[in-house]
Design a protein around this ligand. Sequence first.
Ligand code: MD3
Ligand code: FE
Length: 207
Amino acid sequence: MRNIDFDKFSEHSLVLRNYAKNFDTQLLEEIENIVKQNDFRHMKTPKGHQMSASMTNCGEYGWVSDKFGYRYEKTDPKTNQPWPKMPEIFRDLARSAADDSGYINFESDACLINRYRPKAAMALHQDKDEHDFTQPIVSISLGISVTFLFGGLTRTEKPVTKELHHGDIVVWGGPDRLRFHGVRPLKNNTHPLVGPLRFNLTLRKAN
Ligand code: MD3
Ligand code: FE
């Protein structure tokens, strides 16, 4: 029997503490391998602001942002090449975390990889570029800790905060899928395995 240490954002969203911890080295190796094929870059918002987190993708679809808007693409507009293949461990870990959270048989076809250095942040936003909001989103945190902001269905609702640490997996579903969310600027810090960085893998069913 497995004893899962979890924490709730709400009835529909769980933090599975340390769920990815035993796979951290393997996950980091897969990220390194993806980055050799498709490096991190700072994308621009449609309004021309550079994002402070840098990003790359793997899987059938990748999330991109530029002056033409936010969207999922099968090929990287920078290289016109398909995104690197989704590592099995990403898909399997996301499926297993979703199963354990009550969202059975989650099939992800897109993985956005965010890399944060100290001071990088992500402003409150909604994830609305996917086609099916009944599918959950699974997020895997690696490296230095961050304060996550969990808002409401409108921008003005005051967010609740929770610390996310190395190895934590969050599964967001049901009505929480469209909540505003973001992360506070990262504190100056360093993680023994990852260094002065935070990686976040976001697994989604885009199409
Ligand atoms: C809650 N990334 O890439 S992951 C993003 O830590 C993004 O890098 C953050 O928001 C990060 O879009 C948060 C967790 C997450 C992802 C999607 C959500 C939380 C969510 C959608 C709805 C509610
Ligand atoms: Fe998001």
